[in-house]
Design a protein around this ligand. Structure first.
Ligand code: COA
Length: 409
């Protein structure tokens, strides 16, 4: 059994340099402050932590090396505590919690932190130089991958989601996030990030939402991925759109519907989740908030890339002989609006149970941290509503997804 003792996160700051309140804070410090708030709130002895498992996508520059260990040191934790960094692209933060849970469930570890960090302002997407496929010409001949925005537009084209439906979804994300902020639903997980130099509060609430968003405003935005789509990249000068259509000729032509208003936002942030074994919980009289019931990953075709939340969710549900109707609340990462829309349609999930406090469209998606963040959001909301079970899932680059089912205790 793996128990979740607590989950905390930084607010998400705008992730464009010069525009966000967390731009001046090194990603080590975002994570170190998360670790210290978590340990303090849970009242644990830090020396008991067997490992700190951290998701981070752009592992270059300030986020290069082993950011988990560097943050342990930056947080002044005991030198005996280790840290390991992992990259499962956008699923990294949830994968880190799942690995923490697996370590505990195997009996090899008793207390593990899972979490994630991404400063998208300081270490922008693509900073690791890997591109979509590590620039491997042999792989590229087998799977010519395209940027995720084009994959999202391809899904919308193939599944007949209109621009208006997509904007409606985005508007709902903004409205729900605005209400959650107004009513203080995020307070349980949030802590105020401080400037490590001065100690002054840098940010205490999520900075990305635009509560005054309207459908008209969204409709007026230009699609973001038209220029990319028309870039000549193929072996015979084909555009990115044409390369995607080679795999999906039935789409005819890609309708570009995703914009700055209905795609996930670029932000900075970190999150940490404390996972403990049953015997550790008993020995220390801890009060867990939830337990991890099921964990799964699934792969799918990499050009369309973003469709695997459906099989990953099904795999996790099957472990418990559950159906989608047995899940009280869902967090389906809003990488692009079409991702949760398609997943809900495929699984027959009631939209009233999905991303009930908004998602990455309104709040932003700090790549490596998001999975751990939305797990915490799900626990907070289960408690607030007196419900039991949540499923958290994220689509992932290369055509993958990760899913976790939690239950309150
Ligand atoms: C879609 C994307 C390219 C847009 O980037 P961008 O154009 O720089 O987007 P911004 O958030 O800076 O918004 C640009 C403008 O759109 C407008 N805008 C954005 N959201 C809006 C809304 N809800 N209502 C009205 N206007 C809006 C604003 O004018 C904004 O400019 P401002 O910030 O100066 O006010 C970028 O957000 C992106 O790449 N998202 C996906 C990230 C990703 O791939 N993640 C990993 C895979 S999931």
């Amino acid at each position: 059994m793996a128990y979740i003792i607590d989950a905390i996160r930084t607010p998400r700051g705008r992730g464009r340099m010069g525009k966000g309140a967390l731009n001046n804070i090194h990603p080590h410090e975002l994570l170190a402050q998360s670790l210290n708030h978590l340990a303090e709130r849970a009242g644990i002895n830090k020396s008991d932590v067997d490992d700190v498992v951290i998701g981070c996508v752009s592992q270059a520059g300030e986020q290069g090396g082993d950011i988990a260990r560097m943050a342990v040191l930056a947080a002044d934790w005991p030198l005996e505590v280790t840290g390991v960094s992992l990259n499962r692209y956008c699923g990294s933060g949830l994968q880190a919690v799942n690995f923490a849970a697996m370590g505990v469930m195997s009996g090899m570890q008793r207390l593990v932190v899972g979490g994630g960090v991404e400063s998208m302002s300081r270490v922008p997407m693509g900073a690791d130089g890997a591109g979509l496929d590590g620039n491997n010409p042999h792989l590229r001949k087998k799977h010519f991958q395209v940027p995720q925005g084009i994959s999202a537009d391809l899904i919308a084209t193939l599944e007949n989601f209109s621009r208006e439906e997509i904007d409606q979804f985005a508007l709902r994300s903004q409205q729900r996030a605005a209400q959650a902020q107004r009513e203080g639903y995020f307070k349980r997980s949030l802590f105020a990030v401080r400037d490590p130099e001065t100690g002054a509060v840098a940010l205490e609430v999520d900075e990305f939402p635009r509560p005054d968003t309207t459908l008209e405003g969204l409709a007026a935005l230009e699609p973001s991925f038209v220029a990319w789509g028309s870039k000549a990249v193929g072996p015979n000068g084909e555009t990115l759109d044409q390369m995607a259509l080679k795999k999906y000729p039935q789409a005819g032509e890609i309708r570009h519907v995703h914009t700055a208003g209905n795609s996930s936002g670029i932000v900075d942030g970190a999150a940490a989740v404390l996972v403990a074994s049953e015997d550790y919980v008993k020995a220390h009289g801890l009060k867990p908030r939830a337990r991890i019931r099921a964990m799964a990953t699934a792969g799918a075709e990499p050009v369309i890339m973003l469709t695997a939340p459906t099989p990953a969710s099904k795999k996790a549900l099957a472990q418990l002989r559950m159906t989608p109707k047995d899940i009280d609340l869902w967090e389906i990462n809003e990488a692009f609006a079409v991702v949760p829309m398609q997943t809900m349609r495929n699984l027959g999930v009631d939209p009233e149970r999905v991303n009930v406090n908004g998602g990455a469209i309104a709040l932003g998606h700090p790549l490596g941290a998001t999975g751990a963040m939305i797990l915490g959001t799900a626990i907070d909301e289960l408690e607030r509503r007196g419900l039991s079970t949540a499923l958290i899932t994220l689509c992932i680059g290369g055509g993958q997804a990760v899913a976790t089912i939690i239950e309150r205790v």
